[in-house]
Design a protein around this ligand. Structure first.
Ligand SMILES: [Zn+2]
Length: 211
C-alpha cells in the first residue's frame, strides 16, 4: 500500500509526479513501480496523456485527494483539445484517459494522424529548472513546455532547452523525470521572439483555465 505521495505542482505532468514518487521510494524495477501505482505491472507511462487515472487513484486516492477529472485537467495535456472538439467528443476523451490508456486518446483526438509534430524529447526552461532545484531540491516536467509548438517559457520569455531525455525511451515502463537529464542545463537562455512567447502564453492560458 502506498503511504507517501509527492505534492503535485501546478502545471506538472502526471508522469513527472509519478517519477518523483518512484525515485523517492528507491524502486529500481519499473514494473514493480507500475504495480504499486496502478495495481498492474502492464501499464506503460504515456507522457502527454497518462491513462488509467482511475486505477492510479485506487492506489493513491487516500493520500492525493482529487477527483479523476481534476487529475486529467490539471496534469495531462487533454485540456488542449477542449476548444477544438464538441463537448461530447471531449467527454469521451476524458472517459478514455480516466479508464483506458493513451493509445485511445491519441487515436480519437487525431493526434496520431501526423498533422501535429509532437515533441520527441522533454523541454525545459533553464531559469524555471534552476529555480525549482533551488526552491524544492528537484525539478519538474512542466506540461505547457511539452506542448507541440511551444518553444519559449511563458514566464521568463526565453527559449526552451532540449533536455535530451527521450519521450519514447527504450525502457517503456520507466517514469522519466528531470533527474534523468544527463546534460548540463545552462543557467540562462536567450530571449525568444515575440511570436513564440505569445504562443506559449496562450497555450499556458488554454490548458490551465479549461474546466
Ligand atoms: Zn521559465
Amino acid at each position: 500500500m502506498v503511504t507517501h505521495f509527492p505534492i503535485a505542482h501546478e502545471d506538472e505532468l502526471l508522469g513527472s509526479i509519478l517519477a518523483r514518487f518512484v525515485e523517492r521510494q528507491g524502486i529500481h524495477e519499473d514494473r514493480i513501480a507500475c504495480h504499486l501505482l496502478f495495481g498492474s505491472r502492464n501499464i506503460a507511462p504515456a507522457v502527454f496523456f497518462q491513462g488509467h487515472i482511475a486505477a492510479l487513484m485506487q492506489q493513491v486516492g487516500h493520500i492525493w485527494k482529487h477527483s479523476l477529472e481534476d487529475i486529467a485537467y490539471r496534469h495531462t495535456l487533454l485540456p488542449i483539445f477542449k476548444p477544438f472538439v464538441t463537448e461530447a467528443s471531449f467527454n469521451s476523451l476524458l472517459n478514455e484517459i480516466i479508464y483506458k490508456d493513451k493509445s485511445h486518446v491519441m487515436l480519437k483526438s487525431g493526434c496520431s494522424a501526423g498533422i501535429v509534430a509532437w515533441p520527441v524529447t522533454y523541454k525545459v526552461c533553464p531559469i524555471c529548472y534552476h529555480d525549482q532545484i533551488t526552491t524544492y531540491g528537484y525539478a519538474i516536467w512542466q506540461r505547457t513546455l511539452q506542448c507541440p509548438g511551444v518553444e519559449a517559457c511563458p514566464e521568463h520569455e526565453c527559449w526552451l532547452i532540449n533536455s535530451e531525455v527521450d519521450i519514447y525511451p527504450e525502457r517503456k515502463h520507466k517514469f522519466y523525470g528531470p533527474s534523468d537529464i544527463k546534460i548540463n542545463i545552462p543557467t540562462l537562455s536567450l530571449i525568444a521572439d515575440k511570436k513564440s512567447v505569445l504562443l506559449s502564453k496562450m497555450v499556458y492560458q488554454l490548458i490551465n483555465t479549461a474546466s
